[in-house]
Design a protein. Structure first.
Lengths: 404, 91
């Protein structure tokens, strides 16, 4: 059997740029960053002050109180994004289809904010007990389980936790399942909510957070800006999508993975090179057909330098004809949700014919000398695009999208 | 007590990489002692704790030798209140 083509027929997102696809696209298109002073903790005890948090968020608008008790913020974001994606896809989840629907989610930290709060009771307030819902709220697979329960889908459901590549691993595997006929529908993406005091202090200690903002590929970039949110895609065979008259936002056509096998935090050039090559080979295309890369682009001095070198190695002279941008400059680095936010950004870029910019860009860095689409979105009809994710731990996952 | 201070810094350097204290000298290059950026981050964390100071993030990339660390920490201790670089915690 020939592999099936895989259509993206539903998109859902909530992040610092907005609570739905329309608002998020508007901010991406305008190059309007969602980066602002962090409002969830006492900033006097933190060395950095800015983050990309979801604003004006009231869980009560989305969930019954009894449901919220069971949902850490990361699972709430996953559900909100999944609801939008499924609703917008127009899919009717009949019993037979529900059995063949996969749910694959990514999250790096899961519900550790709930765990953090629970352990304050234990260690600081000496209560000698932890809330009984701490485990079901904390487990990283909670988002996948909650989505499956929400829609009654009984097919394969599981979670990838590969730090900043989690969502790309999730979407990539869901894509493969649909392509190979192991699932007739998939809900896939990622979510993260890392703005608890304990986690912010852990990131502070890593010394990778910018004191000002995220300026990927700029000469004076000073690090990443943490983000939060969730994004989900609905995937189905292109033929099924056409048969039911669904809107196809884009196709996923390739997925590639690799491991640096090098260092637990310092990236290599070779690992990303292998993953990008695997991603276009899996799509059965040549690198010259690719027009845009949504980069990992964290804004740390090291990542952006290494990623530039990796892109040059993979693409050779074609690297100078590529547009590359980092939407982390807009929605922040949402860790296990990053790949999902960037998948949505890339799909919308292909669909709308506009490349979202690398925002907050100042002076160019001669060592990051690609066309990074600085500060302003650019009109461009792109056929093929990559979306890169290179995690701590050296675990790389790259998706290939095609305009439809 | 400059010597005692230097001794404390050198001991911290040794401790982070589980090296014998005798192997560490002021002119030792951190890289030659096997330090990568993550090890340097851990070293700065230990020094902040020991001396109750705040070291700016950029130090991870700017320190090259053990002597750089000694001088940098001494400068922060001497001028913590005057040096805007160390007034971390503001947005």
């Amino acid at each position: 059997m020939n592999p099936r083509r895989v259509a993206v027929t539903g998109l859902g997102v909530i992040c610092a740029l907005g609570h739905n696809v329309t608002d998020v696209w508007s901010a991406l298109r305008d190059g309007r960053p969602g980066i602002a002073p962090i409002h969830s903790v006492d900033l006097s005890q933190l060395r950095f002050g800015n983050g990309a948090q979801v604003c004006d968020y009231d869980p009560g608008k989305h969930f019954e109180a009894s449901r919220t008790d069971l949902l850490d913020r990361f699972a709430q974001f996953a559900l909100i994004a999944a609801r939008e994606a499924v609703r917008e896809s127009g899919i009717s989840l009949a019993a037979e289809l529900r059995e063949k629907t996969a749910v694959v989610t990514g999250s790096s930290m899961g519900g550790q904010s709930s765990q953090d709060a629970g352990f304050v009771e234990l260690y600081q307030r000496d209560q000698g007990r932890v809330h009984p819902l701490t485990i079901p709220r904390t487990m990283t697979n909670a988002a996948a389980s909650q989505i499956a329960m929400e829609f009654g889908t009984t097919g394969p459901a599981y979670t990838f936790s590969t730090a900043c590549s989690s969502a790309n691993h999730a979407i990539g595997h869901a894509f493969w399942m649909v392509r190979e006929g192991k699932a007739e529908l998939a809900i896939a993406g990622g979510s993260e909510a890392p703005f608890s005091f304990g986690m912010l202090k852990a990131w502070e200690a890593m010394r990778v957070i910018a004191p000002d903002t995220c300026r990927p590929f700029s000469k004076n970039r000073r690090g990443m800006i943490l983000g939060e949110g969730g994004a989900m895609l609905v995937l189905e065979p292109l033929d099924s999508a056409k048969a039911r008259g669904a809107t196809v936002h884009a196709e996923i056509v390739g997925f590639g993975m690799s491991s640096d096998a090098h260092h637990i935090t310092h990236p290599s050039v070779e690992g990303p090179v292998l993953a990008m090559r695997a991603a276009w080979r899996d799509a059965g295309i040549s690198p010259q057909q690719i027009g845009y890369i949504n980069t990992h682009g964290t804004g740390t001095p090291t990542n952006d330098l290494i990623e530039t070198r990796a892109i040059r190695e993979v693409f050779g002279p074609h690297a100078d004809r590529l547009a590359v941008s980092s939407t982390k400059s807009l929605h922040g680095h949402a860790l296990g949700a990053a790949g999902a936010l960037e998948a949505v950004s890339t799909i919308l870029a292909l669909r709308e014919g506009w490349i979202p910019p690398t925002a907050n860009f100042l002076d160019p860095d001669p060592e990051c000398d690609l066309d990074v689409v600085p500060n302003h979105a650019r009109a461009a009809q792109i056929e093929y695009a990559l979306s890169n994710a290179f995690a701590f731990g050296g675990l790389n996952a790259v998706l290939t999208f095609r305009a439809h | 007590m400059a010597d005692l201070f230097t001794e404390k810094v050198l001991s911290a350097v040794a401790s982070v990489k589980h090296l014998p204290r005798e192997q560490i000298a002021a002119d030792s290059a951190l890289q030659e002692l096997g330090f990568d950026s993550l090890d340097t981050t851990v070293l700065l964390f230990e020094l902040e704790k020991q001396f109750q100071i705040s070291i700016p993030d950029e130090a991870v990339r700017s320190v090259r030798t053990v002597g750089d660390v000694v001088t940098g920490v001494a400068r922060i201790i001497a001028g913590a209140s005057r040096d805007p670089e160390t007034s971390a915690g503001e947005p």
